[in-house]
Design a protein around this ligand. Structure first.
Ligand code: SF4
Length: 396
């Protein structure tokens, strides 16, 4: 057990999580999409029942901040009217499903164009089948999740999931356990996904209610029939126009309700992504809305920063204000992770540079995580800036 509090579950709308600025209320968009009316209602709810700040999570969910015990009930009523609330906490907790935002052009003609024969089921049909199967899953850990990554090549490889639906190079659907390079050929998505989840439980994947597929695979325990490789994954997309629409980014995955109101007013479906970006489906030009990043070279895109102080009660210092100060001075091509404590929630993996708040300034870690051994300790914001600005800066 580490010094910080590790929670074995993810917050939802019906079961929010208490944070430094109130209840964090997470909305899991059904099938990974929001109608303009739903997006507008979420923006209105953030203003009426929260503090107007909306986060986009690493699992492509939206979370409202600053909700109070008194405002939570009316918030749920408003979201329920838009079809955004599950019937109960158990159903909500099971719906850990990330769906690829890129799913247009999945017509039969598109299928044949991609692969020369009809081998695809469209992503919405698959998402509905997997959603329906969730209620028949065995009891799974709270963070256990699924990724429906069914474009011609995977795009969700970096997103957190335990069981992935992907395509082989010839377009055949496979079910791949996280951590293993090969997957099983899929015959019936619901039945096969339940079988793999049941295998996970039966083979010791769960201890004290917790466990992840990658940890089980790392112990050399592999599901049967995993013989097919997925197609080569695509890199994380950048903001810009894509065949499915306009992809816009949010600094640190956060926006104000006014930004979501303006997006909803465009009248397009919105698909949240796990990349701190929203896909504005069918848009043919980049929207000019305050609070959106549309320039793929914006250095903020290379910075990850958790909530930090004062939003997180465990934070030992500020993160995002400092990140905005540092962004213009971040060396080209380098990534920076600012963490409010050693837990490193926003970026569990290594970054080129990591600054971890300690209560006595920030520690600097090179090519490591928020809790790796630092190269420099006790840095003030000014000292960090001076390092970055110096022409002969030791690249921090
Ligand atoms: S890493 Fe950031 S968000 Fe996570 S507990 Fe620490 S301060 Fe809070």
């Amino acid at each position: 057990m580490t010094a910080w509090d590790i929670k074995g579950w993810c917050p939802g709308a019906l079961r929010p999580m208490l944070s430094g600025d109130g209840l964090v209320t997470r909305i899991r968009p059904p099938m990974g999409r929001l109608t303009p009316a739903q997006a507008g209602a979420i923006a209105q709810a953030a203003q009426s029942h929260g503090n107007g700040i909306i986060d986009l999570s690493a699992r492509a969910n939206l979370q409202l901040r600053g909700v109070t015990e008194a405002s939570h009930g009316p918030l749920i009523d408003d979201l329920h009217a838009q079809g955004l609330i599950d019937p109960d906490i158990a159903t909500e907790s099971l719906r850990n499903l990330i769906v690829t935002p890129f799913r247009d052009g999945e017509t039969e003609a598109g299928e044949r164009k991609f692969f020369g024969r009809k081998i695809l089921a469209d992503t919405d049909t698959l998402a509905a089948a997997l959603t329906a199967a969730l209620s028949r899953m065995p009891r799974l850990p709270g963070k256990f999740g699924f990724a429906l990554d069914t474009g011609p090549r995977p795009v969700l490889t970096q997103a957190s999931a335990d069981i992935r639906v992907e395509r082989a190079a010839d377009g055949t659907l496979i079910l791949r356990p996280e951590g293993h390079p090969l997957g099983q050929l899929l015959t019936d998505l619901g039945r096969d996904a339940i079988a793999m989840a049941s295998w996970f439980v039966a083979n010791g994947g769960v201890t004290n209610g917790r466990g992840r597929m990658a940890a089980l695979i790392a112990r050399g325990i592999i599901p049967p029939g995993c013989t097919t490789a997925p197609a080569a994954p695509l890199p994380t997309p950048a903001p810009g126009l894509h065949p499915d629409g306009a992809l816009v980014a949010l600094a640190f995955g956060q926006m104000r309700a006014e930004t979501l109101h303006a997006l909803a007013a465009l009248g397009h479906e919105i698909r949240p992504t796990p990349w701190r970006m929203l896909l504005i489906v069918g848009a043919t030009e980049m929207p000019a809305i305050p609070g959106l990043i549309t320039d793929p070279t914006d250095p903020i895109l290379r910075i990850t920063a958790c909530t930090g102080a004062p939003g997180c009660p465990q934070a030992l210092g500020d993160t995002r204000n400092l990140a905005r100060q540092l962004a213009p001075h971040l060396p080209a091509g380098r990534t920076l992770h600012l963490s409010g404590c050693a837990k490193g929630c926003a970026h569990p993996g290594p970054a080129d540079l990591t600054l971890t708040a300690t209560g006595q300034g920030h520690d600097l870690i090179r090519n490591g995580t928020a809790h790796d051994a630092p190269s420099l300790t006790g840095l003030t914001p000014q000292a960090i800036l001076d390092h970055l600005k110096a022409p002969d800066a030791p690249q921090l």
